[in-house]
Write a protein that binds this ligand. Sequence first.
Ligand code: DX5
Ligand code: ZN
Length: 221
Amino acid sequence: MKSFKIAPSILSADFARLGADVDAVLEAGADIVHFDVMDNHYVPNLTIGPMVCKALRDYGVTAPIDVHLMVKPVDRIIGDFLEAGASYITFHPEGSDHIDRSLQLIKSAGCKAGLVFNPATPLHHMDYVMDKLDMVLLMSVNPGFGGQKFIPGTLDKLREARKKIDESGLDIRLEIDGGVNTKNIREIAAAGADTFVAGSAIFGADSYKFVIDTMREELAK
Ligand code: DX5
Ligand code: ZN
């Protein structure tokens, strides 16, 4: 098992002072910045794009930026995120007509690539592209909004994904996204996740450090 990583979703950050809020969450101990891109087409919400990713880099953010594309089609916007300083780019199989090609596009620029699975999307889409994956992201809510409740069936799906990854022997992170909090993170880790996205649980708290420290304590139990 790899080291656990905590990836606050800036969907719940203060967009009016985003640089300072990202600094604050990194100072509080976050490992990765989770960057939710929504296009009002693949999902019914509209958020931020490559310009904001580049602005965070220009502002001085050096932590990994994990770009979660809830966008259809994905290929046209991938190049812009590669130039904007993304560290990971993940996309939903439903957003690409040619999954292998989209993964190659991401990898060709030296960026890490991943696939994202909605609660009802089967895992078999990863089977023939495992060698091109650095990340598998399981959605534990339907994508589009922060603050939703964790769907419990995702735990079985995590176990299934963990098995596939372990059997492959490849170096692939298993990320979970949606409804993660200090109360359920331990159970989620036990099911196989090693990377934890949390939006409202962290940015909705008075002390980001308290939440992140509590999450790490739970993970260490
Ligand atoms: C939902 C996004 C998530 C979301 C998580 O579509 O992909 O990253 O911001 O937010 P919480 O942790 O509040 O469920
Ligand atoms: Zn996300």
